[in-house]
Design a protein around this ligand. Structure first.
Ligand SMILES: NC(=O)c1ccc[n+]([C@@H]2O[C@H](COP(=O)([O-])OP(=O)(O)OC[C@H]3O[C@@H](n4cnc5c(N)ncnc54)[C@H](OP(=O)(O)O)[C@@H]3O)[C@@H](O)[C@H]2O)c1
Length: 341
């Protein structure tokens, strides 16, 4: 393909990697040339997902075998800690789009606090950008490494960043109650939730300590220029995919739920992948399943100064692969929606 981007995916056989492949196969400017994993080397990727039909995709290979001269973009959908090692090894002209937490935190000390290990690639932290596309369009092509946000933080920040920037809410009392399908924990979800009856129970986890709090706090604090610590509790549900975050807020000044609805509708009016439901409408993950949309519903409470925002995304797409491709499109000055409609 002329003028197309040559793409390598590390972690191609994982839940996120497989979604990336499906999106990039629909992308007119993307040419997948490497699919990498640790196991199943030499096998066809179609054995991991029957929906991937294309015959001439590369076989699964070891990342060590990549000829970097051929690659423009490397997506890393690997466990935390792995992209840091790779960033040190690849030529500097390759755009690294990372879906793990490796480059999300701006301070290596904060990284160590939350991830319990030293950052392996400190020198690249300031060459990376934490990018929810909707808030980062103008800065994306200046950075060699694009850190795609976590799935829960994406669902929470799309409504919250504009509100804290505009100082419409009490930042000391932001409550984010999130529910996710089990694909959020990756292929090995059963090991990660060993003692939970995953298929017949809704379970809270990471209570008061989930790592995604670090990036939500970081980004909301940056946007509001004040220190913010949110309440955040994730739950895992007996369904495969989707995130629904219910966010409880207290307005300040003369703001109320209707004003917040009007403001967010106006703020996101040119953001193709953000949809705002009619005021006070119930929504669910089914509304955004298999899409790159984030759907928001702004709802009123009995009390005038309280507002409830519901945010729905598909964790594997807007919360991961879709957002990563959206970031790539913007970084390369392509139409933001390529591959994603
Ligand atoms: N799942 C989500 O909803 C979601 C959303 C946003 C971000 N993320 C992040 O995206 C990344 C991938 O998530 P996932 O859900 O796709 O995970 P996953 O299903 O567990 O897949 C992990 C992939 O990485 C490969 N891999 C594992 N360990 C490796 C190692 N040490 N070196 C090289 N390759 C290795 C695996 O291949 P082998 O099996 O061959 O080892 C597999 O292809 C994670 O950092 C996750 O936190 C996930």
């Amino acid at each position: 393909m002329k003028d197309s981007l040559n793409i390598a995916i590390a972690g191609a056989t994982g839940y996120v990697g497989l979604e990336l492949i499906k999106i990039l196969l629909k992308h007119p400017k993307a040419n997948i040339i490497y699919l990498c994993a640790r196991r199943s080397l030499g096998r066809s990727i179609t054995m991991f997902d029957k929906k991937i039909k294309k015959k001439n995709l590369p076989k699964i290979s070891d990342i060590k075998k990549i000829n970097w001269n051929k690659v423009n973009v490397l997506f890393t959908s690997l466990p935390n800690g792995e992209a840091q090692k790779i960033a040190n090894r690849i030529p500097s002209n390759i755009k690294l789009i990372d879906l793990s937490a490796d480059f999300r935190l701006n301070d290596h000390r904060i990284y160590k606090k939350w991830y319990k290990k030293d950052h392996n690639c400190k020198k690249f932290i300031n060459k990376s950008i934490y990018a929810i596309t909707e808030f980062s369009r103008n800065k994306l092509n200046n950075h060699r490494i694009i850190a795609c946000p976590g799935c829960y933080p994406t669902s929470a920040q799309i409504p919250l960043i504009p509100l804290v920037e505009k100082r419409m809410i009490n930042v000391n009392n932001i409550i984010i109650d999130s529910k996710s399908g089990y694909s959020g924990a990756g292929r090995n979800f059963k090991k990660k939730f060993l003692f939970k009856n995953l298929f017949d129970s809704v379970s809270a986890y990471g209570i008061g300590s989930h790592r995604h709090m670090a990036e939500i706090d970081q980004e909301l604090s940056k946007a509001s220029k004040r220190k913010i610590n949110v309440f955040f509790t994730p739950h895992i549900l007996p369904m495969f995919r989707g995130i629904l975050s219910t966010i409880y807020l207290e307005t300040i000044g003369k703001n109320n739920a209707k004003k917040i609805y009007k403001f967010l509708k106006q703020y996101h009016k040119n953001n193709f992948f953000v949809k705002i439901a009619k005021f006070n409408t119930p929504i669910g993950t089914g509304d955004v399943m298999n899409t790159n949309y984030c759907k928001l519903s702004i709802c009123k409470d009995r009390k005038k100064n309280k507002v409830i925002i519901i945010s729905a995304i598909d964790n594997l797409i807007k919360g991961a692969s879709g957002q990563a491709v959206q970031n790539m499109n913007v970084a390369y000055h392509l139409n933001e929606t390529l591959g994603l409609q």
